[in-house]
Design a protein around this ligand. Sequence first.
Ligand code: PLP
Length: 397
Amino acid sequence: MNLSRKGEALSPSITLAITAKAKEMKAKGIDVVSFGAGEPDFNTPLNIREAAIKAMNEGHTKYTPASGISELKKAIIKKFEIDNDLKYNESQIIISTGAKQCLANAFMAILNPGDEVLIPTPYWVSYPELVKLADGVPVFVECLKEDNFKFKIDILEKSITDKTKAILINSPNNPTGTIYSRDELIELSKFAEKHDLFIISDEIYEKLIYGDDKHISIASLSKDAFDRTIVINGMSKSYAMTGWRVGYAAGPNAVIKIMNNIQSHMTSNVCTITQYAALEALEGPQDDLYAMVDIFQGRRDLMGSMLNSMDGISYIYPQGAFYIMVNIENFIGKSYNGKKITDSLSFSGILLEEEQVAVIPGSGFGLENYIRLSYATSNDIITEGLKRLKRFTSGTK
Ligand code: PLP
């Protein structure tokens, strides 16, 4: 029998495939070092966990409005005002099952069949698939090494067609860790205005920024940008809450209303208990978040200094998130133990087989000649894994 063409056209997540292979090897007793993680390795802070228990005990165990409880929307509105200089009302906010569902809702709300969405390469693996699920067409826009893999207006201009409907911005970025500056965002907002595009601004790594860089939401840059932007954010990365499944979006009333209607039929509200936990995350003490950011910064610096000591290796300097994209082009065409490295996928496969180090090939993010390493893991694991990577790269001939 025929199955859904749309469903069959979806690619499986390469990130999950590699992580699953590493787990399988670990289960067999093999000493695997994994740099695959897309989530903090910390438990959710205690005050948040306790708020969930309290919510259950107080009977917050029933349905809520599909778009979420008013208390949480109010806390999100306050967060947007304080952190991002953005002023929303409650009808402009929706709480969803992770930033992922916010993105899925947003694409379904704005796209008609054949509408195109501009996506920078490299990109987070789910963007193109979510666009396709919403009957849209992902248009990959090449971003260059010399631009730190950020959008450049002249390249964007060449990607415009009469079907272009939206542009996707992800800052801080997964997988590169780079951040857009205010000036760059102003240029992008003018580009969106010129071509009358929606802006989808995925700001989920907003809190994970190291050093003096500041996160700026493109929606805050002008009235026009505010009116055409759907801001996506969530609790997964900042509050170590990946398993709780809670994200939120803010944007024009008309768009959020459709997102709400879609969600009301798809999944209804986010788990009620999770919503109360998220409320505590936003309103309670932020000390655990700051401590986590300090630790991530130390790990980034450790990884950077170890990578600096390896011949033939360079990387994109990450200003935020918890990933580092390592350039491996000098090893393409060479061999390790007689096994030929032809691209980032074979580099990752041979590294896993020979040195038991799991990394994600850049091809999964639309960028060949790179591998992505996550530093959401301990200093000991980073040290051991990079020692093995050094042995691997120096043994490659
Ligand atoms: N956006 C980016 C760039 C991500 O890396 C992720 C998760 O890896 C998400 C969105 C989705 O996060 P969640 O659905 O857990 O909120």
